[in-house]
Structures are given as structure tokens and as C-alpha cells.
Ligand binder design. Structure first.
Ligand code: ZN
Ligand code: FE
Length: 257
């Protein structure tokens, strides 16, 4: 029996530092786009590969994630959070946490990962091992808390941290080098972080994206996922503080960094 061609994942740099993702299933010919920051680079990738969008998945309402939805939608089904429907482009399917939808031949789980905004969702494809996290969990970072509380974001990050270690975290921005400098400022003795930071600098010098990353490497190196670890609490002088207070302090330090 011939092996089924694998699902294809394409990372598309957009605007200054955004990423969109294309997921293409050769078996069905379906192609999903996750977030639509800018039409031209996404259209160029579609044209180059001869793909047509069947779905557009929206993570949250910020303009740098939805600006090109109406330009790209064509006949595609646009999927976004029901909670955010009034500030998103017109949705063909409004979803909430726990919903299971079928996109590009894949089962997709909807996770509420509010914090950066209220109504931010992530799309998780368990069979492919892809999680589209946008501005919730990011490579060596997490989104700034524009609308939600630290407790809300910490809860969202714990949901993502519970996914399998080999999950590919497909996040929304190329912020990793700056995130690494911040992470080193609070977790300087972490050998995995030191070596990851070197790798990030090399990738950027070569013009390569630093995403997606694996959940396993985020668990070892991302300070926002490590707020409940005694060694991280000790590193910032908060050994007796609650997990969420430590997370809030790390987030506040990043805002000032
Ligand atoms: Zn955002
Ligand atoms: Fe963003």
C-alpha cells in the first residue's frame, strides 16, 4: 500500500514580524489558513503551490491577525470565536472551547486561551500534532495581557502545556530573539535556555523563522510556562509565592524589559 502523503505545514512571514500558517491535506486537496495578517505573501504561497483556501481560522481580533480575511476569503469558510464574533470579520462558523471541527482532513479542537485578548482561541490538530497558538503561548514568550488577567493567561498556558511534548507550537510572531534575551535575564543558569538562545540567534542571522517550536523545548526554556517551578521562583526571589503571582511578576518584568 502506498503511504498517504503527509499533511503539509507552511509558515508564511507577513507584515513586519507576523506569521500566518497554511495547512494542506494532499488527500482531500483542502487548505486551511491560520490568521490573515497580509494578503500578498499568503496569495503568493497559494499560487506557487496551486492551492485554494477552503478554511480560514482566526485566533483573535487584533488587526495584524485578521486584516486580510476579507481579501482572502473567496469561497473559504471563515472560523472564529463566537465570543468575539462582533469584532471579527463575518464568520461562517462561530466556535467555543470544546468544539471539534474538521479542517484539511484533520480533527481540530478549539481551546479558549484568553489572556492577550478575551476570546483568543487556539486550534489544536492532535493527529498532526500542530497547535496554532498565535499570541497566547509564543516561542520563549507569551502575549502581552491587553484584556485578560494574569490568572486567565496562566490558566490558558497550563491548558497548552498539557498537550503532548512533541506538539508543534505554531505562534503568531517572530519575537523569539528578544524573548530569549528577556528569558536569560531571569533564568540565566538554565542550560537549555542558553543553548536555545544561541540557536535562535543563528536562525535569525540566516533569515530563518524560529517557529514552530516544540512544546518540549518550551517547557524546558519558556519562563512563562515555568512559573510553578521552584527553581524559577527562587531565581526571581519569590520562593514562597503562588504560581499565578510568579507568572504575573514574570509578565510584568517582561513589560518593563
Ligand atoms: Zn494580538
Ligand atoms: Fe499579534
Amino acid at each position: 500500500m502506498p503511504k498517504t502523503a503527509p499533511l503539509e505545514l507552511v509558515t508564511v512571514p507577513c507584515l513586519t514580524d507576523n506569521y500566518a500558517y497554511l495547512v494542506h491535506d494532499p488527500a482531500t486537496g483542502e487548505t486551511a489558513l491560520v490568521d490573515a495578517p497580509e494578503a500578498a505573501p499568503i496569495k503568493a504561497e497559494l499560487d506557487k503551490r496551486g492551492w485554494t483556501l477552503t478554511d480560514i481560522l482566526i485566533t483573535h481580533h487584533h488587526h495584524d491577525h485578521i486584516g486580510a480575511v476579507d481579501d482572502l476569503r473567496g469561497t473559504a469558510r471563515v472560523v472564529g470565536a463566537a465570543a468575539d464574533a462582533e469584532r471579527l470579520p463575518r464568520l461562517d462558523l462561530a466556535v467555543t472551547e470544546g468544539d471539534l471541527i474538521r479542517v484539511a482532513g484533520q480533527q481540530v479542537h478549539i481551546l479558549d486561551v484568553s489572556g492577550h485578548t478575551i476570546g483568543h482561541i487556539a486550534f489544536y490538530m492532535p493527529d498532526a500534532g500542530f497547535a496554532f497558538t498565535a499570541d497566547s503561548l509564543m516561542a520563549l514568550g507569551c502575549g502581552r495581557l491587553f484584556e485578560g488577567s494574569p490568572a486567565m493567561m496562566w490558566d490558558s498556558l497550563q491548558k497548552l502545556r498539557a498537550l503532548p511534548d512533541d506538539t508543534l507550537i505554531c505562534s503568531g510572531h517572530e519575537y523569539t530573539a528578544a524573548n530569549a534575551r528577556f528569558a536569560l535575564s531571569i533564568d540565566a543558569a538554565n542550560p537549555d535556555l542558553i543553548s536555545r538562545s544561541t540557536g535562535v540567534d543563528a536562525a535569525r542571522a540566516a533569515g530563518q523563522p524560529t517557529v514552530p517550536s516544540t512544546l518540549a523545548e518550551e517547557k524546558r526554556t519558556n519562563p512563562f510556562l515555568r512559573a510553578d517551578l521552584p527553581e524559577l521562583k527562587a531565581a526571581i526571589g519569590m520562593s514562597d509565592a503562588s504560581d499565578v503571582d510568579v507568572f504575573a511578576e514574570v509578565r510584568a518584568r517582561k513589560d518593563r524589559f
